[in-house]
Design a protein around this ligand. Structure first.
Ligand code: 13P
Ligand code: SF4
Length: 303
């Protein structure tokens, strides 16, 4: 029996499903029941009514959101140390400090935050709906964290004052992309179009034909009639893009754009997690209750 056969056997035996982020290794994506972006994964986790176990192959904050939204299910993270550094950049103390200065200003938090931080915000957003979320608020100024590049993107799209908290929260992987590298690639592929994740710098956003979440990029690539597409997000997405579009050419805008945290998950670790039912992601109910409210508010919006 291969490892994949074993995983499939355990899935049946334990009524488990595997949800994987677009940045996961190809073999994990291929054995998952669903592959998607942060919002797609959260939605799918809520739709899995029959499942008793959700193996969430991604990083800490995504699995935490699934646990918050599905308190009656066991949510497993294949690797305990798979943590998003950006999510660690915004603490509850920092949010409280900003709230002292701006007591009447709503706090919008990117889902790339810990549950403890989400418990102190008014509404959550993802890269797929940040603009709609901020537009939905009856406020001209918002506190927004932790990604300052996404904050700037939202400011430019909504015209509202978007105050980044902390001042310069960032994703180390997306900072690797530089417009100069795109220019070099464009000389080699003059007809190529460019897709950029909003966690990239504003300079990168400026050279993009399209800015969107990972799954929005996948949709855009399917629908757009282009032979070559330059991609500025983590390299794991290339597997899905190539699989869904065999006739198109995809070029990563920076070859070493790897999120080491996402890549901690391997098929072996996923198998062991499912077999031994570890590492269970739990969020204390008082925190989960408040964080759930902020997540549900986001889901109430049509997006
Ligand atoms: P998406 O929601 O676009 O998949 O982004 C999640 C993420 O962590 C990007 O670095
Ligand atoms: Fe976090 Fe960046 Fe990795 Fe996404 S790519 S999980 S934001 S470190």
């Amino acid at each position: 029996m291969t490892l994949i056969d074993e995983i499939n056997r355990l899935k049946k035996e334990k009524s488990a499903v595997i949800l994987a982020h677009n940045y996961q290794r190809p073999e994990i994506q291929d054995s998952a029941d669903y592959v998607g972006d942060s919002i797609g994964l959260s939605r799918r986790a809520m739709e899995e009514k029959e499942a008793k176990i959700i193996v969430f192959s991604a990083v800490d904050f995504m699995a935490e959101s699934a646990a918050i939204l599905n308190p009656d299910k066991k949510v497993l993270l294949p690797t305990l140390g798979a943590r998003c550094p950006m999510a660690q950049m915004l603490t509850v103390d920092e949010i409280k400090r900003w709230k002292v200065h701006y007591p009447l200003v709503p706090v919008v938090l990117y889902v790339n935050t810990l549950a403890s931080a989400k418990a102190y915000c008014d509404i959550c957003c993802t890269s797929a709906n940040a603009v709609e979320v901020v537009n939905s608020l009856d406020a001209e100024t918002v506190l927004f964290g932790p990604d300052h590049n996404l904050a700037e993107y939202v400011h430019r799209k909504t015209g509202k004052t978007v105050i980044p908290i902390p001042e310069r929260g960032f994703c180390p992987t997306h900072l690797l992309f530089q417009p100069e590298d795109v220019q070099v690639l464009e000389t080699k592929h003059p007809d190529a179009i460019v897709m950029v994740h909003p966690e990239c710098t504003v300079e990168m956003q400026n050279v993009a034909d399209y800015v969107g979440s990972t799954s929005q990029m996948c949709r855009y690539a399917r629908e757009r009639n282009a032979e070559t597409i330059i991609v500025a997000t983590e390299e794991g997405i290339m597997h899905r893009l190539r699989k869904e579009n065999p006739g198109k050419q995809f070029v990563l805008a920076y070859e070493d754009a790897v999120c080491p945290n996402m890549k901690l998950n391997t098929l072996e670790r996923l198998y062991t997690a499912l077999k031994e039912e570890k590492h269970v992601v739990t969020v204390p109910e008082p925190v989960a209750k408040r964080a759930r409210k902020a997540l549900e508010k986001m889901f109430e919006l049509k997006n």
